[in-house]
Design a protein around this ligand. Structure first.
Ligand SMILES: Nc1nc2c(ncn2[C@@H]2O[C@H](COP(=O)(O)OP(=O)(O)OP(=O)(O)O)[C@@H](O)[C@H]2O)c(=O)[nH]1
Length: 378
C-alpha cells in the first residue's frame, strides 16, 4: 500500500481527537440523566394541543424507543460515545429517560427511553416528549419475537400522528448480525408488511415510516443513523448538489461528507451508496485520527464556521489502485472521496483546488444557516 500524507496534516490535530480528550472535543457529549417528565398537560387537554410552539433554542430531538433490551442504549453508546460494540454486553437496563446533547456541525439531542416506560399513559405529556421531535427511532430486536414490539410501535404511531402528523418514524430492525441472509430478508418483509397493513387499515396511508436492517457489529447502524440525521439538515439538497458537482469535476466515484467523531455521513453525492466504499472511507478517518493524535499539534485557529485555517489533507492509494482522498472542511466535518479513474488520480492539483472551492461553499452554506439560527434566537 502506497500512502502519502501531505505536510499540512499536523494542522489536523484538533479535528481528530482521541476519546480520552472528548470532554472538550468538538462533538462534546453532555450526558445528562434526567427524570421522566410527568404530566404537565392533563390527558384531556391533549386533544386540543395547539400546534407545537417550540422554544427558540429547541434542538431537533431523536427519540430512541422500543422494547426492553432491544438495543437502544447500545446504539446510542456505539454511535455517539465510541463504545466498542462488545462492551455493550455490560450495559445496564435504562431506568430513566437518558438525554444526550450532541454539539457538532449542528446541535441535536438524543433521548434514550427505557423499554418499560408507558409514555402513552395519560400522566405523560406528549408535547414534552414529541414536541420538538426530529425523528422517532424505533428499535426492534430481530433475534427475538418481534410481534409485541410491532404492535406497540403501531399504537405509538397511531397516537402520535394525530397530534404531530408527518413525524418521521425510523424503524431499526436490529441485531441482524446473528441472522442468516434469508431470515433477515424474511423478517424485514414481515415487519414492513405488518406495520404498513395495520396503518393502512386504520386509514393512515403512506405514513412516513422507513426501515433499516442494523447491527452495532458492523457499519449498518452508522449508515442508518446517517440517513436519519440527514433528514434534519435543512440544506441537504444544496450540499448534495455541491458534492455531486465536485465529484463530476474531479472524476470521483463516490464522496462522503463525514462528521468526524461520530463518523455519520451527513451528505453524499447522488450516486448510490455502497457499504464497501463507506466502510473504507470511515476506516480512513480512523487512520488519520490516530496519526494526527500521535504527531500533530494543537491548532488554536480551528473553528466551526466561516473562513478556515489551512486544512488537513491526505490521500492513500490501495492495492487495487483505488485512491482515497480526505480533506478537512471545518472543525467538525471532513470530505472523503473514492477515486478509481486513473486519469482523475493524476490530477491532484485539480482535486485540491476543487475541494478548497467546495470547502468555501460548504462553510458559506453552514455559516448562513447558523447565522439564521442565531438571529432567530436573539
Ligand atoms: N447481537 C447483537 N446484540 C446487540 C446489538 N445491539 C445491542 N445488543 C445487545 O443487546 C443487549 C441489550 O442492549 P441495550 O442497549 O441495553 O438495550 P436497551 O434497549 O437499551 O434496553 P433497556 O435499557 O432495558 O430498554 C446488550 O447485551 C447488547 O450487547 C446488536 O446489534 N447485535
Amino acid at each position: 500500500m502506497d500512502s502519502s500524507t501531505q505536510n499540512r496534516l499536523p494542522n489536523s490535530h484538533h479535528l481528530y481527537r482521541s476519546n480520552s480528550s472528548r470532554s472538550e472535543a468538538q462533538l462534546s457529549l453532555e450526558n445528562i440523566l434526567q427524570g421522566t417528565t410527568q404530566g404537565s398537560v392533563p390527558a384531556h387537554s391533549r386533544a386540543i394541543l395547539e400546534p407545537s410552539v417550540k422554544p427558540r433554542d429547541a434542538k431537533p430531538r431523536l427519540l430512541l424507543m422500543g422494547l426492553r433490551r432491544s438495543g437502544k442504549s447500545s446504539i446510542a453508546s456505539v454511535v455517539f460515545h465510541k463504545m466498542p460494540p462488545n462492551e455493550t454486553l455490560f450495559l445496564e437496563s435504562t431506568t430513566r429517560i437518558q438525554k444526550d446533547s450532541i454539539h457538532s456541525f449542528m446541535d441535536f439531542q438524543v433521548w434514550d427511553f427505557p423499554g418499560q416506560l408507558e409514555y402513552l399513559e395519560p400522566s405523560f405529556d406528549l408535547e414534552d416528549i414529541f414536541g420538538s421531535l426530529g425523528a422517532l427511532v424505533w428499535v426492534i430486536d430481530a433475534q427475538d419475537d418481534y410481534l409485541d414490539s410491532v404492535a406497540r410501535l403501531n399504537r405509538t404511531i397511531l397516537t402520535v400522528q394525530q397530534y404531530y402528523p408527518g413525524i418521521n418514524i425510523e424503524v431499526f430492525i436490529h441485531k441482524v448480525d446473528a441472522l442468516s441472509e434469508e431470515y433477515r430478508q424474511d423478517a424485514y418483509q414481515d415487519i414492513v408488511q405488518r406495520i404498513t397493513d395495520e396503518l393502512n387499515d386504520c386509514g393512515y396511508e403512506n405514513a412516513p415510516v422507513h426501515f433499516y436492517l442494523t447491527s452495532i457489529y458492523d457499519y449498518s447502524v452508522f449508515e442508518a443513523f446517517s440517513k436519519v440525521i440527514q433528514k434534519l439538515i435543512p440544506n441537504l439538497s444544496t450540499l448534495e448538489n455541491l458534492i455531486t458537482t465536485l465529484g463530476n469535476n474531479c472524476g470521483f466515484e463516490k464522496t462522503y461528507l463525514f462528521d468526524v467523531l461520530s463518523k455519520i455521513y451527513i451528505a453524499s453525492d447522488t450516486r448510490p451508496v455502497d457499504m464497501a466504499s463507506y466502510e473504507m472511507c470511515s476506516d480512513y478517518i480512523d487512520v488519520i485520527v490516530d496519526i494526527s493524535e500521535l504527531y500533530s499539534w494543537d491548532h488554536p485557529l480551528r473553528k466551526a464556521k466561516g473562513d478556515q485555517m489551512q486544512e488537513a489533507e491526505s490521500h492513500v492509494v490501495l492495492h487495487d489502485d483505488t485512491m482515497l482522498h480526505l480533506m478537512e472542511m471545518n472543525k467538525y466535518l471532513c470530505l472523503v472521496s473514492v477515486i478509481r479513474n486513473p486519469e482523475a488520480r493524476e490530477k491532484k492539483g485539480l482535486i485540491d483546488m476543487n475541494c478548497r472551492t467546495f470547502q468555501e461553499a460548504l462553510n458559506d452554506v453552514f455559516s448562513r444557516s447558523w447565522e439564521r439560527a442565531e438571529d432567530q434566537n436573539s
